[in-house]
Design a protein around this ligand. Structure first.
Ligand code: 5GP
Ligand code: MN
Length: 340
């Protein structure tokens, strides 16, 4: 089994010229992202796809998970393929370069991890999360970026690899809008607003993209949100932790699916005084825990205690065959230690 090796130091210098040369000097590319992809994951892949197509390259986008239904509109050309070992394992050894977007640990590829690790082809990681594992040949990683899509924007700006056009701008807007929590998280800087202004000047319509992503929910999702909110419990000294739990039964009762839970955890931080929010989700296979925090509480470190990761204020972890109740108590008591 692959031994994880973590970079000790923060990596925050991206050599964009090097990235440009990898993109221009090779001919075929496989783009991929993490299990249960969010909008930044999908849009970064598509933005890079459009760049590579402008350079007349051969491009495949292969993801472990199907695209969530509210993000399908992003893939207007239907380029995204759901991983099928029989169809795609060969491809991992045929393309010149494999590019991982929006994640930094091989286990985020879930069932695709073996095909990836066994490939001898050049591996590239483009990402903005902390604590990268050394699972690729080249890293273009900087945790100060608001989104992986923001890194793609800078690739264009700093190297002029192609001209920024509407199709690319559309994806970059979706990536930055969602990963900044609609322009409210910490990395929402004057620079971000200047970038957004440029994207709007290319005719990107912000209400269209917001509406597609957030206001096309199935009723099952909203019913499931109701169940999550109903489960909200305050915990710890001073009630500073808010946690919610979703069980299989509640997915069955509402007809909702796993990807419908995207964003639910944020509601735990809406309660006055709560600065650490947790959502426990029972999946078809195993469990997922999402963490959110305010200020300097490093929930990526909390997630890392259990084998997960992420950012200072947003992190997560998956367990494959554990009993959730055991973990709820353990995680809550570890979470309390982060409040000091
Ligand atoms: P979410 O809770 O929205 O699924 O994820 C929040 C953040 O935590 C994301 O930036 C994501 O990359 C990271 N994250 C979520 N689940 C995992 C996991 O299982 N492992 C790692 N390393 N990071 C995760
Ligand atoms: Mn991201």
């Amino acid at each position: 089994m692959f031994e994880p090796f973590l970079f000790n130091d923060r990596i925050n210098m991206i050599d964009f010229e090097k990235l440009k040369s990898i993109l221009t000097e090779n001919n075929s590319f496989l783009l991929t992202t993490h299990v249960n992809p969010d909008a930044d994951a999908i849009s970064s892949e598509l933005a890079l796809y459009f760049i590579l197509k402008k350079l007349n390259k051969q491009v495949f986008i292969i993801n472990h998970s199907a695209t969530p239904y509210n993000l399908e509109f992003l893939d207007k050309e239907k380029q995204m393929q759901k991983y099928d070992p029989a169809l795609h394992d060969k491809l991992f050894n045929e393309v010149d370069v494999i590019i991982c977007l929006d994640f930094n640990r091989a286990n985020r590829l879930a069932k695709m991890q073996n095909a990836f690790m066994n490939s001898k082809k050049l591996k590239v990681c483009i990402d903005h999360h902390q604590d990268s594992e050394k699972f690729a040949d080249h890293f273009f990683v900087d945790q100060d970026y608001s989104a992986t899509g923001h890194i793609i924007y800078d690739l264009i700006k700093k190297t002029s690899i192609v001209k920024l056009d509407y199709n690319i701008a559309y994806q970059i807007y979706a990536a930055i809008m969602t990963d900044t929590g609609s322009f409210r998280f910490e990395r929402t800087t004057p620079e971000i607003h200047r970038i957004i202004a440029e994207l709007l000047e290319l005719n990107v319509d912000p209400s269209e993209i917001f509406d597609e992503i957030y206001d096309h929910s199935k009723i099952s999702k909203i019913k499931l949100l109701g169940k999550a909110l109903d489960s909200l419990t305050l915990y710890g000294n001073g009630n500073k932790i808010g946690y919610m739990t979703l069980r299989r039964k509640e997915f069955e009762e509402t007809g909702a699916i796993e990807s419908d839970t995207d964003g639910f955890v944020n509601f735990s931080l809406s309660v006055e005084g709560v600065c650490l929010g947790i959502l426990f989700i029972e999946l078809k296979e195993g469990f997922k825990v999402s963490f959110r925090s305010k200020g300097a509480i490093p929930v990526n470190k909390l997630a890392a205690e259990f084998g997960g990761g992420g950012h200072t204020n947003a992190s997560g972890v998956r367990f494959f065959s554990e009993n959730l109740d055991e973990f709820v108590d353990k995680i809550l008591s570890r979470a309390e230690k982060y409040l000091a």
